[in-house]
Design a protein around this ligand. Structure first.
Ligand SMILES: [Zn+2]
Ligand SMILES: [Zn+2]
Length: 344
């Protein structure tokens, strides 16, 4: 019997075969978009600390093998049926918000960011550590022309998270706003805080990042290794908002006494360890602690446009897709300056 060889179009994929496994580079067939989905030719994908959830299986219900990555910048290669508002060749990004169900109570209230069945690329479906990926249309954000792919990618999680948390924090121009941690999130948070017109305090460990923090837009630098950062913040009048970006609950706990009246600890550095706070700390000065997760694709577009307008840009180190393991290790080391980005 004659056999016909079907030519498959392979693509390179960096996948995790099971929870806790190392990265492996494999070839897969380029998938076809189903109804309501698009196929994206990925150009760049940022490496976020939350990729640890996929790598180590710390998020419940992940099916393996799974491809991490939720800071995706690329070009639409093909649209599925029923997709009318997006076109082949259009530049798009996908961030943490990988699609909502449109039917839960949060969605019915228009609060898509808090969809109870939120889909997350790299957790609910394969993310951006690959040459092509599928995404539902409700996950797509348009990328402005002037931003390159490697610049846009980190803005789709690190960028939107800091931008959106700050703009919803209640801090007004002129208010004292501290950014804890000068890393992937923090170096963007400092820039956004400066452009929002805050009096910006950067809090880092050690003197190394002082000059850079000021260059990024901090008015004051506090070294939390050599001083008690909460006391230093009180000397400045107390922070209206502290944007806690470093995934270190102990460091966050130590900052709460640095909040001024009605001050808010805005938590975006994700970790499972508890933050310690006494009721008295919260009651005196009516302080609050709030968490914030990314935002919708419309928020992503706001972030990208604001970056375009204001000149906020991520500082990046790029690695090829084949070096995904090395790139991930670099991110985990905490030494990256400051966001690691894979290029395909
Ligand atoms: Zn992220
Ligand atoms: Zn929903």
């Amino acid at each position: 019997m004659a056999t016909t060889k079907v030519a498959i179009a392979p693509m390179k994929v960096a996948q995790i075969s099971k929870a806790g496994a190392d990265f492996e580079i494999v070839e897969r067939e380029i998938p076809k978009p189903s109804a309501g989905h698009v196929l994206i030719k990925v150009q760049a994908c940022g490496v976020c600390h939350s990729d640890v959830l996929t790598k180590e299986g710390a998020w419940p219900g992940i099916e393996y093998p799974r491809v991490p990555g939720h800071e995706i910048a690329g070009v639409i290669d093909e649209v599925g049926t029923g997709v009318f508002s997006w076109k082949k060749g259009q530049r798009v990004g996908v961030g943490w918000h990988g699609g909502q169900d449109n039917t839960c109570v949060s969605c019915r209230r228009g609060d898509f960011r808090n969809c109870q069945n939120l889909k997350i690329p790299s957790i609910s479906y394969d993310g951006g550590y690959q040459q092509y990926m599928l995404a539902p249309v409700e996950a797509l954000a348009a990328i402005p022309e002037s931003l390159s792919d490697v610049e846009a990618a980190p803005l789709l999680c690190a960028g939107i998270t800091t931008f959106n948390a700050l703009r919803h924090s209640g801090a007004m121009p002129g208010d004292l706003v501290a950014v804890q941690g000068i890393g992937g999130l923090g170096h963007l948070g400092i820039q956004f805080a400066n452009k929002f017109g805050y009096r910006v305090v950067a809090i880092g460990r050690g003197p190394e990042n002082a000059a850079l923090a000021k260059k990024l837009g901090a008015n004051v630098y506090i070294d939390s290794k050599s001083t008690k950062a909460a006391d230093e913040l009180q000397k400045l009048g107390g922070a209206r908002v502290i944007l806690a970006t470093a995934p270190n609950s102990k460091a966050m706990s130590e900052l709460i006494d640095g909040l001024g009246p009605n001050g808010e600890l805005m938590v975006i550095g994700a970790t499972f360890d508890p933050i310690e706070v006494t009721p008295i700390q919260l009651i005196s000065g009516s302080r609050t602690i709030q968490g914030w997760a990314a935002g919708t694709p419309a928020d992503s577009e706001d972030t990208l446009r604001f970056a375009e307008l204001s000149g906020v840009r991520p500082m990046i180190e790029t690695y090829s897709l084949e070096k995904a393991a090395e790139a991930y290790a670099r991110m985990m080391s905490g030494n990256a300056q400051f966001r690691v980005v894979l290029t395909m």
